[in-house]
Ligand binder design. Structure first.
Ligand SMILES: CCCCCCCCCC/C=C\CCCC(=O)SCCNC(=O)CCNC(=O)[C@H](O)C(C)(C)COP(=O)(O)OP(=O)(O)OC[C@H]1O[C@@H](n2cnc3c(N)ncnc32)[C@H](O)[C@@H]1OP(=O)(O)O
Ligand SMILES: Cc1cc2nc3c(=O)[nH]c(=O)nc-3n(C[C@H](O)[C@H](O)[C@H](O)COP(=O)(O)OP(=O)(O)OC[C@H]3O[C@@H](n4cnc5c(N)ncnc54)[C@H](O)[C@@H]3O)c2cc1C
Length: 643
């Protein structure tokens, strides 16, 4: 199962080597992180990033090894944005000449870059950005300017203190005409002493949610006062500005300017499976250690993992972690395919790639953020201790629901894609993830054939149920929209229903990709069977949770919905014997997991007890401040009889 989770034996071995390299290096210690003040915390992150880079250089690590190393260091840092957005943006939107100039500098870390798109006043509405880039033909330069307070760049990670350069998104003005938002490479700080260059005001935006957590990152604010950059620092793969001040659009669609977001959303789906699996690993191991009630004749109490309620909350999350892992693998393939096509100037699959990355980013991050919090509750009181690892994981993870596109805004993008597909059904055969809509007549007509709980153990029955629900919800939205004279007004009015239809479509993708995974050759005794059980758990859990949808569209009867729930209960009993093995298969070191409750050896109570004494409050028996603030109260002489 470790191989199935990792994707291949090579990846398992490689990631295992990197995990151990990090776990055995004292520089990467992270247990004291939540106790540190901001400055110390940030300096410590810089130290870790520098040590990580030294290891990459000294050990001549490959790009793949370096990615795993950064993952296991497990601390948000400017390097995430440098490698994860700045470099990919230049790769995707730069000309060959620009790539030749900037990529070697960035890859050798001679410069540090960030992705400066969002502003104080606008994040979701990218076309609403206010920063301007005005072409000055005399000087052959762009003038980058922040005309208003709300145009201040706000949020970019790595911007506040670390970056020397930024990829700045600004409205292009050539000859007095606006040409929409484009990307520009702008140097922010001196490469000698790191001080901000003239015209640049830059700093950190301040503390964020949670102790430690995402505060290791220097999310920044940035203003430009007529900062000049050479013309060739506008990324010019999509459109160009000539020396003479002529704006030219190439054959490449404008949307490619958003290409970096497609790339990162795809990586975020893979990361969701990592974050959720960490939380599930902690909660599962601890649920096997923790005992409450049920002791007979002085025997041991019941392991909480044996309670059906615990199983019905925990096992769907375990199944979701696996589901997200496999849909992430598929999405990576889809992205690579689109990337290759784009390089050959075939842009036909870009809209689907956008819809899939946006929708799956939204679906998986929402479920993961909620799932981590559920895992905290599954660990009872001890889950609230920082040493459980869950509070920090939650605090670091939740912004994923917002960054790289607010999850609701992204589902509305999916809705546009679905509505367009439905409206074109009469003359255009849908392909890819919307191919099922080509069978819309059948899906609208046929109802569920399930008669017994066992009938639900059938991939065909499950896929058809999810297809029928998604198709019927999409068609219902299409019909409602048709009643509006102005389609945009209709879209705004029906936005909540459209979001639900998008969720149904995205859940269908995840379920289908899990089932497709099971059709592949999966080596290892019992591995495929265990994955089949998890796949049914994932699908039937969703069906149970959203049974209102399946009933409302008239595909299921209440009896069939109940049968699905009966089957789900049976499946939980089948997951139980392998639950620990299924989380051990994630192959996480205790260092990466960062949790006393989730320790591999299960030695929870002694270690919790030990850790308590390491809290700074326990440095002395009598607390600082006792003599000053508590003792006077204890010693006071009160005159009032009542008191
Ligand atoms: C080394 C490995 C590391 C891996 C990890 C690295 C990263 C780690 C994570 C680090 C942590 C945090 C990073 C966070 C970074 C950020 O948050 S960056 C900022 C992100 N910002 C957003 O996501 C903004 C969200 N808004 C938008 O994306 C768009 O503006 C929106 C999709 C909402 C569209 O707005 P509209 O105004 O409605 O649309 P237009 O701009 O007019 O465009 C419409 C058409 O374009 C199509 N479209 C839209 N987006 C894309 C896209 N990305 N790709 C392709 N096509 C796109 C859309 O479908 C419309 O097409 P149509 O006209 O219908 O055919
Ligand atoms: C930790 C973190 C790191 C970040 N890193 C970066 C970075 O490196 N670079 C960068 O450029 N940006 C970064 N961002 C910014 C991030 O991309 C934006 O915050 C995000 O895109 C959401 O935009 P917003 O803040 O404008 O939200 P808003 O759009 O203001 O959202 C507020 C509310 O309005 C709703 N809403 C907005 N529009 C609509 C609509 N059309 N229909 C219905 N509801 C709507 C949303 O659903 C939400 O509930 C980061 C943000 C965070 C939190």
């Amino acid at each position: 199962m470790k191989v199935a989770w990792a994707g291949s034996r090579e990846t398992l071995e490689l990631s295992d080597r990197m995990a151990k390299l990090v776990a055995n290096d004292p520089v990467f210690e992270k247990f004291t992180r939540p106790m540190l003040g901001r400055k110390e915390l940030f300096k410590n992150t810089l130290r870790k990033a520098a040590h990580g880079w030294k290891l990459i250089v000294d050990l001549r690590l490959t790009e793949e090894e370096a990615k795993w190393l950064r993952l296991y260091i497990d601390e948000p840092a400017y390097t995430d944005l440098h490698w994860g957005m700045f470099i990919p943006a230049i790769e995707g939107q730069g000309t060959e000449e620009q790539k030749k100039k900037w990529l070697p500098l960035a890859q050798k870390m001679k410069i540090i870059g960030c992705y400066a798109q969002t502003e104080l006043g606008h994040g979701s509405n990218v076309q609403g950005l206010e920063t301007t880039a005005t072409f000055d033909p005399q000087a052959d330069e762009f003038v980058i300017h922040s005309p208003t307070l709300t145009s201040s760049k706000w949020w970019p990670g790595g911007l506040g203190k670390a970056s020397t350069h930024a990829l700045v998104y600004a409205r292009l003005i050539v000859g007095g005409e606006f040409h929409g938002v484009h990307g520009f490479i702008v140097q922010l700080r001196s490469l000698e002493d790191h001080s901000p260059l003239p015209g640049i005001t830059v700093g950190d935006i301040g503390l964020k949610f949670g102790n430690g957590a995402y505060n290791t990152m220097d999310n920044g604010v940035l203003r430009f006062d007529h900062v000049r950059i050479p013309r060739n620092q506008m990324l010019m793969r999509v459109s160009q500005v000539t020396k003479e001040g002529k704006y030219m659009q190439s054959d490449v669609p404008r949307q490619l300017i958003y290409g970096t977001m497609v790339y990162v959303r795809q990586t975020i789906v893979v990361d969701a499976s990592k974050a959720l699996s960490r939380a599930v690993c902690i909660a599962t191991r601890y649920s096997a250690v923790r005992r409450q009630f049920g002791s007979r004749n002085g025997g041991p109490e019941t392991q909480v993992i044996d309670y059906k309620t615990q199983q019905s909350r925990l096992f769907p999350l375990l199944a979701s972690a696996y589901a997200f892992r496999f849909v992430g693998e598929w999405l990576k393939w889809l992205y690579m395919d689109v990337k290759q096509r784009l390089e050959a100037n075939d842009f036909s699959t870009l809209p689907e790639a956008h819809a899939c990355t946006a929708g799956l980013k939204s679906l998986t991050t929402t479920a993961t953020a909620d799932g981590i919090e559920e895992c905290r509750k599954l660990c009872g009181g001890h889950g609230y201790l920082v040493s459980s690892g869950l509070p920090e994981l939650f605090a670091v993870y939740i912004p994923a629901c917002t960054y790289e596109g607010d999850n609701v805004v992204l589902l509305l993008q999916v809705a546009r894609f679905i509505v367009k597909t439905v409206s074109e059904l009469g003359y255009k055969q849908p392909v890819g993830t919307t191919a099922y809509m080509g069978r819309v007549a059948t899906l609208m007509q046929n109802n569920c054939a399930v008669r017994t709980a066992e009938d639900w153990l059938n991939p065909g029955a499950i896929v058809e149920a999810f297809e029928a629900r998604a198709a019927r919800m999409a068609v219902a939205c299409g019909r409602q929209l048709a009643k509006f004279e102005n389609p945009e007004e209709g879209f705004a009015e029906l936005a909540s229903d459209l979001v639900e239809a998008s969720v149904a479509h995205c859940q269908l993708i995840v379920v289908s990709k899990f089932i497709e995974k099971l059709q592949q050759d999966i080596p290892g005794k019992g591995v495929k069977q265990s994955l089949e059980i998890l796949c049914y758990v994932y699908a039937l859990f969703l069906l149970h949770k959203h049974q209102g949808d399946f009933l409302a569209v008239g595909y299921l009867t209440p009896k069939q919905a109940l049968l699905a729930n009966d089957q789900l209960r049976t499946l939980y009993s089948k997951v139980r014997p392998n639950a620990i093995a299924l989380v051990d298969s994630f192959n996480y070191t205790d260092h990466y997991l960062g949790s006393i409750l989730g320790r591999y050896d299960g030695n929870v109570y002694p270690k919790l007890y030990e850790a308590a004494w390491e809290d700074p409050l326990n440095d002395s028996d009598v607390a600082d401040g006792f003599h000053q603030y508590v003792q006077p109260i204890l010693k006071q002489k009160l005159h009032s009889a009542k008191l």
